[in-house]
Design a protein around this ligand. Structure first.
Ligand SMILES: Nc1nc2c(c(=O)[nH]1)N[C@H]1C(S)=C(S)[C@@H](COP(=O)(O)OP(=O)(O)OC[C@H]3O[C@@H](n4cnc5c(=O)[nH]c(N)nc54)[C@H](O)[C@@H]3O)O[C@H]1N2
Ligand SMILES: Nc1nc2c(c(=O)[nH]1)N[C@H]1C(S)=C(S)[C@@H](COP(=O)(O)OP(=O)(O)OC[C@H]3O[C@@H](n4cnc5c(=O)[nH]c(N)nc54)[C@H](O)[C@@H]3O)O[C@H]1N2
Ligand code: SF4
Ligand SMILES: [Mo]
Length: 727
């Protein structure tokens, strides 16, 4: 008879509280918990396959070592750590610690909250500044813009209180990421619409979310900065902004007003391919509501100017006063994160730490930004000719560079040039197939877990996070499979540090500043437990971990209620809407605005996500793919017909950088002239012949060193000019 256990799904960052049925020590199924007051029974198709992922025949049960002939053989984890430590010591001795890099991807933080703090401590202990993450190939402008703009010391209007929500290129009903609470977005959106929420969606595709919008601007991609400037222009010229908030808490607003003046709705409407009146209506709807929030997603962030885009989003929210004021209830304070004081006042910009500080990359002379080291420049750092300075080793932790980094061909070349590539993974992923060692790690169901990563979402940007203070802890639900040799991810970093003779100190996790812990020196003689790491990183939490542990199904920790305190006397901090660099970038935009149509590259490839797959994970799960083992190239039916093609046709999609094979599928919800595809499918070019059984990698179409953002090195990863030809 199966027994039910409460746990946290960690198949993505949403941390849903779910129920797993266990039979004979094996997880058999996962379902939502209808009694969960926040997730309300939610469990998406990926979550429903969480047990199947644990039991998957494609899962690695032993670490792997690549042999000279390219085959992989099992290697005991302890021996792998011995050999890797010896190689890292030699590289560090010969070329310095900077030659050793870390790349932390999606599952470095999603699988268990114990892992990231230890990998960060590891890099610090060996003395290498070359720690990278997927954050800088995502929406890095969010952090850079916040540093340039300043931060309100209380949350933005919560979704639960919002009269209007503006979503600029994000699709929460599929991504469970932001814009609508990730804790069951369909349900929250339905309830809010019933209560009268005005939903404005700006997206070239009539997405699942756009279909429920009060207003959908089906724009051409890549014009969102201009569109935001036009929205600001309308709001200023019609005097719809929150004058009192602007006067008391902002500076630079006159400069912003001047800078957006040339962006008339008519002019921008032409570039966006929408009706000018619709832009005016969107601006009025947003500004006239009493509460609300505007949020941008990956689509527009990847279309060229992530920082300027996010800066204007902050300007839009702020001139409309979309921040919580003194006396208001904070609905979603941290639980396992540190208690903090919310105050109705502005922290001034920290421009010095926005971009251009810290370690310099040889490639393109780009430096660290508030979003971290620029991942898109790491391949060049590995490939550079200067033999004494190049990066020679990389530990890739829970990410998949070959599938996810921009410029796949260069990435593969870089992976092959490394003296040492270690991939920490649960399966033989595309990057694992290039690695010298693959460290096989436990599945989340085999590890204790906390919902801390769901709290990080709240801190990510305005419009992210949920409506209640939710927290959950789960013990490991099952053991690792019999006969396996698996470790937790953090144990790898700890084990290698021990062998290198360096001491690890857990440093504050600073994702949006949610968790501040006292540095905690790890005992390097006697290995601490995961529980001790959890205790250390939650040492100043608002709700003691011990209390959260008492309620296995998780709970809302609303008591004592947290309110926003009034502005402190004499406080001078202001949000800066007049950053000179940002406004100069905006001025530059005008001449380039109407991007020329190129007859050789008549289509634009844009990004999207699919509900059943998370980036590159899950493509080997029959319960998730239901036989569709590729990522279609979605196009408007008329475009397909004009090319003389049909649904299911095999085509070559070519950019200025490279080409990929793909399978066409019609999508009536798209604008014409677009190809809409999910990313991170497919392997290298050698897998192209099997596109129907593995898909194709849009990252190969991206150039990482020609068209990139100056502050974060984020290349243009969406709105890529391409051609489409029958194959
Ligand atoms: N062209 C294009 N490229 C993109 C994007 C795009 O929209 N278009 N999006 C970008 C974005 S937003 C992001 S965040 C990045 C993502 O970039 P990455 O994080 O590098 O890519 P993922 O595919 O999420 O990699 C997850 C890896 O973790 C492994 N894994 C799965 N479960 C576990 C586990 O429990 N433990 C461990 N240790 N590993 C596990 C998977 O097998 C896989 O190898 O991609 C970016 N790349
Ligand atoms: N099921 C599932 N969930 C996921 C992921 C996944 O792979 N699968 N990935 C996770 C990750 S890593 C992230 S970062 C989040 C991302 O979450 P989101 O940012 O919500 O990602 P998408 O669902 O791809 O939505 C991007 C939207 O931008 C639109 N778009 C493309 N180009 C433009 C443009 O130039 N302008 C405008 N206005 N819109 C444009 C696309 O049509 C698409 O609808 O999702 C996370 N959640
Ligand atoms: S949204 Fe994410 S956490 Fe929730 S069930 Fe789906 S995969 Fe799991
Ligand atoms: Mo992402």
């Amino acid at each position: 008879m199966p027994t039910d256990h409460h746990t946290i799904c960690r198949a993505c960052h949403a941390a849903c509280g779910v129920i797993v049925a266990v039979d004979g020590g094996e997880p058999v199924s996962v379902r939502g918990n209808p009694d969960n007051p926040v997730y309300k029974g939610f469990c998406c198709i990926k979550g429903q396959n969480f047990a199947a992922q644990r039991n998957s025949p494609t899962r690695l049960l032993h670490s792997q070592k690549r042999q000279p002939d390219g085959r992989y053989t099992d290697i005991p984890a302890e021996q792998a750590m011995d050999e890797i430590a010896a190689k890292l010591a030699a590289i560090k001795g010969g070329y310095g610690a900077r030659a050793i890099s870390l790349y932390a991807g999606t599952f470095a933080s999603a699988a268990s909250n114990a892992n990231s703090p230890v990998n960060v401590a590891f890099m610090k202990a060996i003395g290498s500044p070359m720690g990278f993450s997927s954050n800088t190939i995502d929406q890095p402008g969010k952090m850079v813009a916040a540093a340039l703009f300043g931060r309100w010391m209380a949350p933005c209007n919560n979704f639960a209180d919002a009269e209007v929500v503006m979503l600029i290129g994000l699709n929460p009903l599929v991504a469970m990421s932001g814009g609508v609470p990730h804790t069951n977005p369909g349900r929250y959106l339905t309830d809010a619409l019933q209560k009268g929420l005005q939903l404005i969606v700006i997206d070239p595709r009539r997405t699942e979310t756009a279909r429920r919008a009060s207003q959908h601007l089906q724009v051409k991609p890549g014009n969102d900065v201009a569109l935001l400037a036009a929205l600001l222009n309308v709001i200023f010229s019609e005097g719809l902004h929150d004058r009192a908030f602007v006067a008391e808490h902002m500076q630079g607003v006159d400069a912003l007003r001047e800078a957006v003046r040339p962006f008339s709705p008519e002019r921008v409407a032409l570039a966006c391919g929408v009706d000018a009146q619709h832009i005016v209506t969107a601006a009025r709807t947003f500004a006239n509501a009493r509460t609300g929030v505007a949020t941008a997603g990956t689509g527009p962030n990847m279309a060229g100017q992530t920082t300027l885009l996010e800066y204007l989003v902050l300007c839009l929210n702020s001139i409309c006063g979309r921040w919580q004021r003194a006396g208001e209830l904070v609905r979603n304070p941290p639980c396992l994160g540190q208690a903090r004081e919310y105050i109705a006042q502005a922290l001034p910009p920290t421009t010095k730490y926005a971009y251009g500080f810290g370690e310099t990359m040889h490639a393109r002379s780009i430096r660290c930004s508030a979003a971290g080291m620029p991942t898109a420049a790491l391949a060049d750092e590995i490939l550079q000719d200067d033999d004494t300075h190049r990066v020679r080793a990389m530990i890739s932790h829970g990410g998949n560079p070959v599938a996810a980094w921009p410029d796949q061909l260069k990435t593969i070349e870089a992976m092959r040039k490394l003296d040492l590539l270690v991939q920490i993974d649960v399966t033989l992923s595309a990057t694992a197939r290039e690695a010298d060692y693959v460290i096989a790690v436990k599945h989340p169901l085999e590890m204790a877990g906390m919902s801390l990563h769901h709290e990080y979402l709240t801190d990510y940007a305005p419009g992210f996070g949920t409506t209640q203070a939710w927290a959950q802890y789960t013990p490991a639900i099952v053991d690792a499979p019999a006969g396996s040799d698996l470790i937790e991810d953090w144990e790898f970093f700890y084990g290698v540090a021990q062998r290198l003779g360096v001491a690890l100190k857990l440093v504050p996790v600073s994702f949006g500043g949610s968790v501040r812990v006292e540095p905690w020196p790890m005992d390097m003689q006697h290995k601490p437990s995961t529980e001790e790491i959890y205790a250390a990183i939650t040492q100043n939490s608002r709700i003691p971990l011990a209390r959260v542990k008492q309620i296995p199904e998780g709970a809302v920790f609303a008591e004592p209620p947290v309110h926003v305190a009034p502005k402190q006397e004499g406080w001078k901090g202001r949000l800066d809407a007049g950053n000179a660099q940002m406004l100069a970038d905006l001025a530059q935009l005008l001449p380039a605005q109407a991007m020329q149509h190129d007859p050789d590259r008549p289509f634009r490839l844009i990004s999207r996500r699919q509900i059943n797959i998370l980036n590159s994970s899950g493509r080997d799960m029959p319960g998730q793919t239901h036989g569709k083992t590729y990522n279609p190239a979605y196009m408007h039916p008329q475009d397909v017909a004009d090319l003389g093609l049909q649904q299911g046709a095999l085509v070559r999609i070519e950019s200025d950088r490279a080409s990929i094979p793909a399978i066409v599928e019609v999508d009536r919800n798209l604008r014409r002239g677009l190809v809409s595809m999910t990313h991170s499918w497919g392997g290298g070019p050698e897998t192209d012949k099997d596109v129907r059984n593995g898909g194709s990698c849009t990252g190969r179409l991206i150039t990482d060193d020609a068209d990139y953002e100056a502050y974060t090195a984020l290349p243009r990863m969406s709105n890529i000019p391409v051609s489409v030809q029958a194959l």
